[in-house]
Design a protein around this ligand. Structure first.
Ligand SMILES: [Zn+2]
Length: 281
């Protein structure tokens, strides 16, 4: 009996069997992804609002952002998207996840598996093949480019809840930059996707979508938004890692006599990343 577990001695046969098993696994994996991917009829892309005959499914929160503690039967929201838009956001999200993941708590149920997967992707010694090893090396170089000098970091520029962990020596801190454009693009995507899922509707071109600057939960504005959601809005929990709150408020617009309704969104990811978006119609 060989140690490979197949019980076959001839290495050529063993390789063939292994390849066949890998192919079967790949087919199974694709079937599962296919099952998870929603099929949308011809409709508008939720990102660019253009008509699309064969929309792809874009996950509102990317699949890889859900912690491993997410129950299997949790609905992972999806939105119709042009393949190009889907890919464009995929790149932004992958970059943003990489930057944010290293600041998450690897032991918290809200973010379990997130930091670990990024750590794995950085460790060449965990790679089995040379190609994979090179990819991990590239990933590490990418991380090095993301690090900004500690001297330029100001306290009010640190994302709330990402501040230095108590007891960490200053020389051990590694600040990672979060590009504003990525943060905002991601906030807009979350708002567009959630509007599609919750209302079956689009955020139209003439609506004004603002991703608010990151703020502390104690900030007056953040408290107001939370109150609006609690009192007149809805809350949606998609597993321990993703929370969507939607509420309403009214504002004066161009000194009009009638108040204009504002839609407010509060997205909480990994119990730590909080993105506030307001939409003015
Ligand atoms: Zn599009």
């Amino acid at each position: 009996m060989s140690k490979g577990g197949t019980g076959v001695q001839d290495p050529r046969i063993r390789t063939r069997l292994r390849n066949r098993a890998a192919r079967a696994n790949e087919t199974k994996r694709r079937d599962i992804i296919e099952l998870m991917a929603k099929r949308f009829p011809p409709c508008r892309c939720a990102h660019c609002l253009k008509d699309c005959d064969t929309p792809t499914s874009d996950h509102v929160l990317p699949r890889s952002w859900y912690p491993t503690t997410t129950p299997e039967n949790t609905e992972r929201w999806q939105m119709p998207s042009y393949e190009e838009c889907n890919q464009k956001y995929g790149q932004i999200e992958s970059d943003l996840r990489f930057r944010l993941a290293l600041g998450t708590d690897p032991a918290a149920p809200q973010s379990l598996g997130i930091a670990q997967s990024v750590h794995r992707s950085l460790n060449p010694s965990k790679a089995k093949r040379e190609k994979d090893q090179r990819a991990r090396k590239r990933q590490f170089d990418k991380l090095r480019d993301m690090v900004i000098p500690l001297s330029v970091v100001q306290a009010d520029n640190i994302l709330p809840t990402f501040g230095p962990v108590a007891g960490t020596a200053t020389e051990d801190l590694i600040p990672i930059g979060i590009p504003t454009a990525e943060w905002e693009a991601f906030g807009i995507k979350l708002a567009r996707g959630s509007t599609f899922v919750l209302e079956g509707n689009y955020i139209e071109q003439d609506h004004k979508v603002d991703v608010l600057p990151p703020m502390d939960e104690g900030d007056e504005r953040a408290q107001k938004i939370r109150r609006a959601i609690r009192e007149h809005g809805t809350c949606h929990t998609l597993g321990p890692g993703f929370n969507v709150g939607k509420g309403f408020a009214f504002a004066e617009k161009n000194n009009a006599s009638l108040l204009t309704p504002i839609t407010l969104f509060r997205f909480e990811i990994w119990g730590r990343v909080r993105i506030y978006v307001q939409i003015l119609k």
